[in-house]
Structures are given as C-alpha cells and as structure tokens.
Design a binder for this molecule. Structure first.
Ligand code: NAP
Length: 296
C-alpha cells in the first residue's frame, strides 16, 4: 500500500483455510509500498463450502486477483474462465487474475521453484531427480522440472499409489523417464543408497521437519550425499531443516524453500500489477517476518 487504503486502492489477497499463518501479506504489502502501487493484500479465510461464493466475489468486488492455498488449489479449477498451461498440467491453481471479469487461473509454484533453483546455480537439463513426497507441491515442481529437460525422475511417497499416479502423469505429459520406489520407512528401513547416489537433485516435498516439528526427517542414508549434488527442501521455516542439515554435512549443496515462495510471489505480483516485482524488498520482508514469528 502506498499511502493507506483509499477509494482507489486495488485489492488482492489469498483464499485458504486455514490462512492465519500465511507469509504472503507481509511480502506483497512490502512490495506494493516499495513499488509505489496503491494495492493492498488481504488474507481471507474461505471455508470449502464458501469457495464458489468467494470466487464470484472477485468479480462482484472488482478485486485484482488472489492467491489460492490449501485446501482450494484443485477445487477452484472449474470455477475459473481460463487456465494457464501450468494450471492444466498440474490440475491446480495458486494464482487467480481478474481480467475485466474473466477469471484466469495460473500455477506459479513450479515456475517459482525453477527460477529459484536456477538462481542457486543448478541447471536441470539432463539431470536425474529424486522426489520425496507426491502431493500438490511435488506435482507442480516435478512437471516444471520435466518441462525443463530433466532426464529421469524417481518418486517415493508414503502412499505408494499417489507416487505412481504422479509418475504416470509426468511421463504422459512430458515423455521423460520415471520410476516409483518404495517410501523409506516401508522398504525395510532406508531408501536404497543406489537411488540416492544416482540423483543430481533430491527434492524434499513433504512437511516433515517443518516448524514446530523440526526434529522430523525422512529416513535416508544421508552419508551417501556428496559434493555436486543438490538437496532441496520446499520448506522455508525453519530455513535449515534437519534434511538440509544432514545432506549439507555430507557435502551436498542445499537450497531451502524460501526462493520458491519468493519467486511464486514475484510472478503473482507481476500478473496482478504488470510491473516488475521488487525481489530484494520481498526477500527482506520474508526474512523479517520469519524472524518475528520465530521469536514469538
Ligand atoms: P500436500 O499436497 O498435502 O502433500 C503432502 C505430501 O507430504 C504428500 O506426499 C504426503 O504423503 C507427504 N506427507 C505428509 N505427512 C507425511 C509424513 N508424516 N510422513 C511422510 N510423508 C508425509 O502438501 P503440499 O502442498 O504438496 O506441500 C508439501 C510441502 O511443501 C509442505 O511442507 C509445504 O509447506 C511445502 N510447500 C512449499 C512451498 C514454497 O513456496 N516453498 C509451496 C508449496 C508447498 P501422502 O500422499 O502419503 O499423504
């Protein structure tokens, strides 16, 4: 917000349930102020049964758009007028843009992840990737990595059926090689060291290790990690999960989920405003908010 709410202020926000813990208002409102844009970002707790009414309200209230989070990312699709290729591929939307009453749904999670990964110096082309987890975030990221030319993706998930379904959709949509492997706990202890050793990138896409459960970690043969590999956790709080700590101690490069969160945010900012997003302002706002919450 440039100078407080006025009759001209453009409103965007986030629909989720719960929505109390979102970092996005802090990030976006700092960005609007820095860019001198008369916009405000507001969180809305939307119960599943109210989603259709909330989406209709975007039109009725002339809102610019919203982010969409758990549990609405998939159920919102049929309520929209147009979808991006990413939204179609992932079957999920995390950003809605109100284009003169026509609602456009996009998914910036995967693109945001790829942006952040490249910024960390990793080029996915020709690489082998291991996914731990097969939920919505894994789907968005895996599709984007497949489109970016990775050679092969191995999927391990607690519920094996979901890993198979995701592997099948990624192979069908992009033609890359995929394999499903048992979840570490169910394979007699730990994931085969061979799978870990052949991975250039390991993506941790479960909530294991997320604050406040910071001592949780997927049981892996962490000694197998080596320099040249990248361990990537989608979690951003804490900034160093136990997974990243253990992989880093064995020599792997580590990337946390902050870059993905920031980059999906800069892409949404650009979709809503048409202006370049102030990345460093948004990064500083996220770090400040993380510090504030972790002090509480
Ligand atoms: P989701 O759709 O609910 O999927 C959760 C995944 O984690 C599923 O594969 C689930 O396995 C697995 N899982 C959950 N609890 C588990 C446990 N106790 N043991 C083993 N596996 C478990 O959630 P999501 O949206 O994909 O989010 C996954 C993670 O990514 C979260 O930590 C979230 O904070 C993070 N994320 C980060 C960003 C970012 O911008 N950095 C964006 C989105 C998400 P089952 O299939 O067996 O249930």
């Amino acid at each position: 917000m440039a100078s407080g709410i006025s009759g001209r202020t453009k409103i965007c926000g986030i629909f989720g349930c719960p929505v109390e813990h979102t970092f996005s208002p802090a990030i976006h409102n700092a960005a609007f102020t820095a860019a001198g844009l008369d916009y405000a970002y507001v969180p809305f707790r939307v119960e599943p049964l109210s989603l259709a009414a909330a989406v209709e309200a975007l039109r009725a209230l002339g809102m610019v758009g919203v982010n969409v989070t758990i549990p609405h990312k998939e159920t919102v699709l049929p309520l929209l007028d147009e979808l991006s290729d990413e939204a179609k591929l992932t079957g999920a939307v995390n950003t809605i843009v109100n284009r003169s009453g026509k609602l456009y749904g996009d998914n910036t999670d995967g693109k945001g992840y790829l942006h952040a990964l490249r910024e960390a110096g990793f080029n996915p082309a020709g690489k082998t990737v291991l996914f731990l987890g097969a939920g919505g975030a894994a789907r968005a990221v895996a599709m984007q990595l497949a489109l970016a030319g990775v050679k092969k993706i191995n999927f391990a998930n607690r519920t094996g059926r979901r890993a198979s379904e995701l592997a099948h959709s990624v192979a069908e949509a992009t033609g890359i090689r995929v394999e499903t492997i048992p979840w570490p706990d169910q394979a007699g202890g730990i994931l085969p060291a061979r799978i870990l050793a052949e991975s250039d990138l390991v993506v941790q896409a479960t909530p294991l290790g997320m604050s406040p459960n910071i001592n949780e970690v997927v049981p892996l043969p962490f000694k197998v990690f080596r320099p040249g590999q990248v361990a990537s956790d989608l979690i951003y709080n804490p900034v160093e999960t136990l997974f990243l700590k253990k992989a880093g101690q064995a020599g792997a490069d580590t990337v946390n989920g902050m870059g993905m969160l920031l980059r999906q945010g800069t892409l949404a900012f650009e979709l809503w405003t048409g202006a370049a997003a102030p990345l460093e302002v948004m990064r500083a706002a996220l770090k400040k908010e993380l510090l504030r919450r972790n002090k509480q």
